[in-house]
Design a protein around this ligand. Sequence first.
Ligand SMILES: [Zn+2]
Length: 268
Amino acid sequence: MLLGPPSGKKVLWQELLRHELLAALEQRPVVIVPVGSVEQHGPHCPQDVDISIPYHLALRTADAIDDFPVIVAPPQLLGFTHYNMGEVGTITLRLETFIDVLCDIARSIWANGFHRIVLLNGHGGNEAPTWAASVKLAEEDVWALALTYWNMAPDELRAWSEADEGGIGHGGEWETSLQLHLREGLVDMSLAVKDEWRVPFSEDVQRYAWFPERRREMEHGVMGDPFTASAEKGKRLCAVLVERLTALCREYHETEPLRYREFGSHCP
Ligand SMILES: [Zn+2]
């Protein structure tokens, strides 16, 4: 039902046959769970920007690695995004529901024997909750690495930004660029607008103090400048992100799964 990579390689968890999953288990597989959100993204972008990006990054990484299995789990489309309500299109989960869903997904994958799990997040509002899910799971000795995609390339984002100063924004320079690269037909640049960011503190204080969001205060629901976006910039950033995710999967594959060590077990 969901689209796999253009090569036709089987990488989607839900499409694999039982014996293929069992064979993968023998090869120290990595499972990537794309985690996103369905929410307003300004007038020019579709609602599913924040799940489409981690989903495509996971697909491309799984497609690029042939010497061990990288499996893409069913994407978690819905996230924690109450602050985007108020513009049509947003569907949000409550914080506790979102964390519970992520934990149940990771527990299930772990119970199937897959012990190298990446929760690859694409939505700002999910960042802290996805980390919280990872922390909660660790308490149960279930290990899922929580990762938000733009944190894989902060230097490039800063260096290549023409307007948004390295921030991923919301329907701004970088999300729009990635959409133009990944799914150009779903973007309508004739409707693009640039909103001003409204923040309560000076630039100096913002560096260490900020509030969580409530309602998006921007007039059009955009953070950043989509007029500086281009498919070429999206392609450039996407290539770096896939490279970083690939490097992570390779090291994860080599690493023994984390396990809780009983207190005193290392004592003679
Ligand atoms: Zn977004």
